[in-house]
Ligand binder design. Structure first.
Ligand code: PMP
Length: 468
C-alpha cells in the first residue's frame, strides 16, 4: 500500500536555488538558462504525485525519469532498504563472496525473465549495463574463436546511456558532437520511425524495409566483423517511437542469418511498462542479452544490469575470468529494494493491469487527444505514449505540416504542462509520457484532462505568436 510520508516543512526555495546555481552541475542542462529561472525543488512524492518546495502539486506523468513504476511513498521499500542497511549495508561480490539479496534477486530475475535467461550481471545503472554489454559481446566472440567480431550496430536517435560506450551506442547527435563520439567499433543505422521515413509504405511494409537497413550494414561491414545489434524495443528518450509490428521479427531473422547477437535495451521497457515483464516477450525478439535498470527498483535506489541468455552465459562461464565489474555490482541494499519492488509489482498485479485494464484505457483516452487541433498523432503502448504537435493536421501522417524546429513548440507546451500541474517531457515537438504503473483509470482521466487543457493553452499561445 502507498503510505503518505511525513510532510516536511517547506524550505527556503530562493536560498536553495542560489546554492543550486552556485554548486550543482545538472545532467543535460543549460546552466545559464537554469540560473535565470531557478530549479524547481522537488520535496515529496506520494503515488503518482509530487510536491515542490512552494507546496505546488504535480501529476508525474513521467514516473520521475521513466522509473518510478510502483509510485512514490512505498513504505515497504523504505523498510526493506533500512533492514538491509542495518544488517549489512555493503559487501562486494568480487573475491569468492556474495550476499543474500544479490543471490535472491539473481534467482528471482531468472524466474521473471524471458525463457533462456538464467544469469544476471549487476551494475549500478543502465549506462554501466550497456558498457558491460560491449565488453561482454566482445569477450564472447573472443571465446567463440571469432575475435574479429567486434563491431556493434545501433541506431540513430537511440538512447543507451551517458558513459563513453553508452553515449556511443546511443545515436544522439547532440551527444556525439561533444567529446569525439562514437568510440571506434560502434556504427549506426536509421531508426524505424514511420512518420519520418515511411512515406509511401504501410507501417508493416516499412517495418521490413527498416529492418533491411541492418542487413545492408552487416553486409557492408562483413558479417564476420559484426558482434551484435542493440536496440530499445520501443525508443524512449528518442520520443516514444513504437516500431511497426513487423520490425523486430525481421531483425531477429537477420541476426539469425548472420549469427549476430541481439541486445534488447529494456532499461525503460522492462518491469511491466508495456504490460509484460519484458518487451522482448511482447515482440518475440528472443534477444541474447537484455539491459535493465530503472523499473527494477522503481528508482528508489540505483541498480542496473544485464540479463545474460544461455548462449552467452554458457561460454562466458566456461571461459575463465571475465575481467569486468563494479564496486556496486550486486549492491545488497539495491538488491533488497529490487526484491521488494518486484514483490509489489507481483502482489498488486500491476503488469497484468497495464496489459489488460489501464494500458488499453490509456490508449483509448490518450488516442482521443489526436482530435485536438494541435495534435497530429497520439499513440501509446502499455504505459508509454507520445503525441506530435503539428502546424497543420492531415489524416495521412506524411502530409502533416510540422512546426519549424527553431520555434520550440514542444518546449512551449512543456512549460504550460509544468506550470499547470502535469509533468510531461518534450522531445522536439513530440510530447511524451510514461506514467507510474499504479495510475488508476480515474487518474488517467485526470491526466488527459490536464494535458488537453495545456494543449489549449499552447494553441492559444501559438496563434498569438503567429505560428499557425
Ligand atoms: N538505456 C535506455 C533505453 C535508457 O532510457 C537509459 C536512461 N534513460 C539508459 C540506457 C541509461 O540509463 P542510466 O541513466 O541509468 O545510466
Amino acid at each position: 500500500m502507498t503510505t503518505t510520508p511525513i510532510v516536511p516543512e517547506l524550505p527556503d526555495t530562493k536560498g536553495l536555488q542560489r546554492l543550486d546555481t552556485a554548486h550543482y552541475l545538472h545532467p543535460f542542462t543549460d546552466h545559464a538558462a537554469l540560473a535565470q529561472k531557478g530549479a524547481r525543488v522537488m520535496v515529496r512524492g506520494d503515488g503518482i504525485y509530487l510536491w515542490d518546495s512552494d507546496g505546488r502539486k504535480a501529476l508525474d506523468a513521467m514516473s520521475g525519469l521513466w522509473c518510478v513504476n510502483v509510485g512514490y511513498g512505498r513504505r515497504s521499500i523504505t523498510e526493506a532498504v533500512a533492514r538491509q542497511m542495518d544488517t549489512l549495508p555493503f559487501y562486494n561480490s568480487f573475491f569468492n563472496t556474495t550476499t543474500i539479496p544479490a543471490v535472491q534477486l539473481a534467482a528471482k530475475l531468472a524466474k521473471i525473465a524471458p525463457a533462456g535467461f538464467n544469469h544476471v550481471f549487476f551494475t549500478g545503472s543502465g549506462s554501466e549495463a550497456n558498457d558491460t554489454n560491449v565488453r561482454m559481446v566482445r569477450r564472447y566472440w573472443d571465446l567463440a574463436g571469432q575475435p574479429e567480431r567486434t563491431v556493434i550496430i545501433s541506431r540513430h536517435n537511440a538512447y543507451h546511456g551517458s558513459t563513453m560506450a553508452g553515449a556511443s551506442l546511443g545515436g544522439m547527435s547532440g551527444m556525439h558532437v561533444q567529446g569525439g563520439l562514437p568510440i571506434p567499433g560502434i556504427v549506426h543505422i536509421e531508426q524505424p520511425h514511420y512518420a519520418d521515413y515511411g512515406a509511401g509504405m504501410t507501417p508493416e511494409e516499412f517495418g521490413i524495409h527498416a529492418a533491411g537497413w541492418l542487413e545492408e550494414r552487416i553486409r557492408e561491414l562483413g558479417p564476420d566483423k559484426v558482434a551484435a545489434f542493440i536496440g530499445e524495443p520501443v525508443q524512449g528518450a528518442g520520443g516514444v517511437i513504437i516500431p511497426p509490428s513487423t520490425y523486430w521479427p525481421e531483425i531477429r531473422r537477420i541476426c539469425d542469418k548472420y549469427d549476430v547477437l541481439l541486445i534488447a535495451d529494456e532499461v525503460i521497457t522492462g518491469f511491466g511498462r508495456l504490460g509484460t515483464w519484458f518487451a522482448s516477450d511482447l515482440y518475440g525478439m528472443r534477444p541474447d542479452l537484455i539491459t535493465f535498470a530503472k523499473g527494477v527498483t522503481s528508482g528508489y535506489v540505483p541498480l542496473g544490469g544485464v540479463l545474460v541468455g544461455d548462449r552467452v552465459a554458457d561460454l562466458l562461464i566456461k571461459g575463465g575470468d571475465f575481467n569486468h565489474g563494479f564496486t556496486y555490482s550486486g549492491h545488497p541494499v539495491a538488491c533488497a529494494a529490487a526484491l521488494e519492488n518486484i514483490r509489489i509489482l507481483e502482489e498488486e498485479g500491476l503488469v497484468d493491469r497495464v496489459a489488460h485494464d489501464t494500458g488499453p484505457y490509456l490508449q483509448q483516452r490518450f488516442g482521443s487527444l489526436a482530435a485536438h487541433p494541435l495534435v497530429g498523432t497520439a499513440d501509446s503502448l502499455g504505459f508509454v505514449a507520445g503525441l506530435t504537435l503539428v502546424r497543420r493536421k492531415a489524416a495521412n501522417v506524411h502530409q502533416q505540416v510540422r512546426f519549424d524546429p527553431a520555434l520550440g513548440a514542444g518546449m512551449l507546451c512543456r512549460a504550460h504542462m509544468f506550470d499547470n500541474g502535469v509533468i510531461m517531457r518534450a522531445v522536439g515537438d513530440r510530447m511524451i509520457i510514461a506514467p507510474p504503473l499504479v495510475m488508476t483509470r480515474d487518474q488517467v482521466d485526470e491526466m488527459i484532462q490536464k494535458i488537453r487543457f495545456c494543449l489549449d493553452l499552447t494553441l492559444a499561445d501559438a496563434m498569438e505568436r503567429g505560428w499557425l
